[in-house]
Design a protein around this ligand. Structure first.
Ligand SMILES: *Cc1c(COP(=O)(O)O)cnc(C)c1O
Length: 848
């Protein structure tokens, strides 16, 4: 990375900046590493215990503490030594060669640019809404642990995602607190001469200035763009006001600033990533700007530049329904993009629109950001095995006549950053069993190591975690009730709710109808009987927000609030308002069972259930998203039959009954069946299996390694190859595609015949290529896979020219006679070394 990128200075002079030792504290406070490495917690707690408990924001603590107090603690040699040691450890962790450097000293990869609309790193930096931000934040952290050279790019919103208050009637109120940049752990990114780095981005009529902020995430940097610059026209200052707020026009402007501004920032820093990773389609304009910047460097056309640069782009889709993609009216793209297309990319508006359309010539079709991302990438992946399959179906329209199995979408199942989500006690337990550096390498031995922990230790650990959660839930609920004006009796009553020895279920997520957060309320009386069983009681902690515009989701919250008002429910169910990262941590540390009830297949992956694994919680979930591949009977419980049922209400009812049955017949008895030492043997066995088998597998450590090996390395090599010699190969690829364009319509099959010899069918196919170079295509025999197996694709060899037909050839191949000859169909597809088919060219000609 260039010199420029490393510069940064603490922000506005603070009262205490001249205090000896302040710089060290500020270095520690500004590193988001404190959100997963808790070594510095004690420092902030000592400076201001109350503020620390409430915010977990070291930077706020440091800014608030008095000069006098600071001087006093820093004068203590022991405190001072501790700070110096912590700074040394931090620098070592940030600079010493890590797993990546040691494993891949000759790596073709020097930098990955990771674009995301949201990042969930810490509650101290509230620029996220949910799952997507979670994936982005946890991946940056794992990249830091492993030493993967990643730079994050995102937006700084003037408002965090909304905060939730629930009123006396159970209705959700949305509040939008101001994100005061001075209180966030970010610093202005400055040029070497001290000037704040700002970028100018042209919008129609007037350009926008973007300020750049820097976030330190261990050894990784995240840059945030912000339009709230004093030089801006007032309407432009608020472009980055709010995450997922406003209408399509605001969203389009945000996405242009993220994609175009983000790539320009890299150029301004002198950073040249080989790989550009788009976390969801929001940032897909980066594809255009990357090509534009290649045009500027080499003088190539946009078409060639895109053919070169897309080899280095990876698109990760997170959506499980086509309606979830961002789509913009053509008029909006014309208003904001026509000038950019014409003057910057040198292409007509039509060509730009075509990149975001299924049918380039349908002028009414909206512009789809996911389509732009697919067309601009050298690889595409979904976020679980099932979601890969679902995405192959969703993107079928972009690859007409291709079998669904061959739609070019792979998958990398998400994981979570275990050091962020483990409790202090879990950290101790895992450290004893597996060592301190367990997430800094390949995590291969964790499974065996964790199996060695005794039943008694595991059960003690679990009981203590549940007890802490009960304490936390009581305090938080009584605070919540006091604020909402509840009676003193109610507030006091909250302090005695729950029981530390009772089976504790947790459910927390976005309240969207497809997640069916009210499934348990299907038969309220049956739920009450379950909760109130005197021998085997159950308690339930709930949390979750509904989008402020989602009335149906808000009604589901209200349904729960009304249920909780019933006197038989009150002692056993709490709804904690304002679901955020801090609340998630408490819940995932403490619950015995994590419930998840989405309608399959609408949960692309889901990550909250992975957060309980390291803490010994067990999942009970619909077979959807990650659980569809994680579940086996030894590690948890499943709901549903693994089939898609849409929003069939009768099926919902059947699943609700199945959920009650499962709880009554399996979960609850297993928890309460104890041996002579009071240990539930079967439960602890299940818990251990879940911890041992699933924790390493569903960690971001594994996910990031998969991205490196399956996607980043191939993308980096492919990009380097195409970019060499000013994009010479890119030009050849474009020329090849032009030839296909002109000649494809004339391609046709003649006769296809076969003979069967003992074990083999030998096929011969006549193919008329006209004057297309035979090397530009590949002829194959294809047969659908049987019983979910892979399809057969057998290349046919060109054996001779057809007599008397110029451009006519005979192709031949032998295939196993285990399948009927009629199962096989010949086809012609484009072929060019190193080009991804059908992703980069979806043409295909079938024999019939
Ligand atoms: C983990 C998390 C999510 C994502 O959870 P899902 O399983 O995708 O529902 C959302 N919000 C918060 C606050 C989280 O901690």
């Amino acid at each position: 990375m260039s010199e420029q990128a490393r510069v940064s200075h603490p922000k506005e002079p603070l009262l205490s900046t001249d205090v000896e030792g302040f710089d060290s504290l500020s270095e520690l406070a500004l590193d988001m590493r404190s959100s997963w490495n808790h070594a510095t917690d004690q420092v902030w707690r000592q400076l201001d215990p109350v503020l620390w408990e409430l915010t977990h924001n070291p930077w706020v603590v440091l800014q608030t503490v008095s000069r006098e107090k600071l001087q006093r603690v820093l004068a203590d040699p022991a405190f001072r030594k501790n700070i110096d040691d912590l700074v040394q450890v931090r620098r070592h962790a940030a600079e010493a060669p890590a797993w990546f450097q040691q494993t891949y000293p000759q790596s073709p990869l020097s930098c990955v640019a990771y674009f995301s609309m949201e990042f969930m790193l810490s509650e101290a930096l509230p620029i996220y809404s949910g799952g997507l931000g979670n994936v982005a934040g946890d991946q940056l952290k794992a990249a830091s642990d492993l030493g993967v050279p990643v730079i994050g790019l995102g937006l700084l919103y003037q408002q965090g995602y909304f905060r939730q208050v629930i009123d006396q009637d159970g209705a959700q109120q949305a509040l939008f607190p101001y994100n005061d940049p001075g209180q966030l752990p970010i610093t202005p990114l400055r040029r070497p001469d001290g000037e704040w780095l700002r970028l100018e981005i042209a919008l129609p009529g007037y350009s926008v200035w973007l300020r750049v902020w820097q976030v330190q995430v261990g050894r990784v940097k995240l840059y945030l763009l912000d339009s709230n610059d004093a030089a801006n026209y007032p309407a432009h200052r608020s472009i980055t006001s709010e995450l997922y707020g406003g209408g399509p026009e605001l969203r389009l402007k945000q996405e242009m600033l993220l994609g175009i501004g983000g790539w320009r920032l890299l150029a301004a820093l002198g950073v040249k990533p080989e790989v550009c990773h788009l976390n969801e389609g929001h940032a897909a304009f980066a594809v255009l700007e990357r090509a534009r910047s290649f045009m500027e460097e080499t003088g190539r056309t946009f078409e060639v530049a895109l053919a070169v640069t897309r080899a280095g782009n990876l698109f990760t889709t997170h959506t499980a329904v086509a309606a979830g993609f961002d789509r913009f009216a053509p008029a909006l793209i014309e208003q904001y993009g026509a000038g950019y297309a014409r003057t910057q990319l040198g292409i007509p508006l039509h060509d730009l629109l075509a990149l975001g359309r299924q049918n380039p010539n349908d002028s009414s079709e909206p512009f789809n950001m996911a389509y732009l991302a697919v067309r601009g990438s050298g690889a595409v992946n979904g976020v679980s095995r099932l979601h890969g399959e679902v995405s192959r179906h969703i993107f079928l329209p972009l690859f007409p006549h291709w079998p669904q199995d061959e739609i070019p979408v792979g998958h990398v199942t998400n994981g979570v950053h275990m050091p962020t989500w483990d409790s202090a006690a879990a950290d101790d337990l895992w450290t004893q069993a597996c060592g301190k550096d367990r997430w800094l390498g390949t995590a291969e031995t964790l499974e065996q190591d964790i199996r060695r922990i005794s039943d008694a230790s595991l059960w003690r650990f679990r009981a203590a975690a549940r007890k802490s959660l009960v304490k936390y839930a009581r305090e938080r609920l009584s605070r919540q009730l006091a604020v909402s004006g509840a009676s003193p009796e109610m507030v006091d009553g909250a302090k005695h709710l729950f029981d530390s020895n009772t089976l504790t279920l947790g459910f927390a997520r976005r309240f969207a109808t497809y997640k069916r957060p009210n499934l348990l309320l299907h038969d309220p009386d049956r739920l009450l009987r379950l909760l109130n069983n005197p021998q085997r009681p159950v308690q339930l902690v709930m949390a979750g927000k509904a989008h402020p515009a989602d009335r149906a989701g808000q009604a589901l919250i209200q349904e729960w609030m009304h249920f909780i008002c019933r006197p038989e429910a009150r002692p056993h169910v709490v709804f904690l308002s304002d679901y955020d990262m801090l609340l998630t941590e408490q819940l995932v540390h403490g619950v015995d069972v994590w419930l998840n009830t989405p309608r399959r297949p609408w949960e692309a992956c889901g990550t909250s259930g992975m957060k309980v694994l390291v803490n010994g919680g067990i999942n009970l979930s619909e077979l959807d998203g990650w659980w569809a591949e994680a579940y086996t009977p030894e590690v948890g419980w499943s709901l549903g039959d693994g089939k898609e049922r849409g929003d069939d209400l009768a099926w919902d009812a059947a699943e609700a009954e199945a959920l009650y049955d499962l709880l009554e017949r399996e979960v609850i008895p297993e928890f309460y069946t104890r041996d002579e030492q009071g240990i539930p043997g079967a439960w602890v066995t299940r818990m251990r299996e879940s911890m041992a088998r699933l924790t390493p597998r569903f960690s971001t450590n594994r996910a990031v390694r998969e991205y490196i090996e399956q996607y980043y390395f191939p993308a980096a090599s492919a990009y380097r190859e195409r970019a060499a010699d000013k994009g010479a190969i890119g030009l050849q690829v474009v020329n090849w595609q032009h030839a296909l364009e002109q000649k494809w319509a004339a391609l046709r099959f003649g006769e296809v015949t076969f003979e069967t010899h003992s074990e083999q069918h030998v096929f011969e196919a006549q193919v008329h290529l006209d004057d297309l170079d035979p090397k530009a295509v590949r002829v194959e025999l294809y047969a659908d896979g049987v019983m979910g197996g892979a399809p057969v694709r057998q290349e046919m060899k060109r054996v001779r020219q057809l007599a008397g037909a110029s451009g006519g050839y005979v192709y031949c191949a032998a295939v196993s006679a285990a399948r009927r000859p009629a199962d096989y169909t010949a086809r012609v597809i484009p072929h060019y070394g190193g080009v991804a088919i059908p992703l980069e060219d979806p043409r295909i000609l079938w024999q019939r």
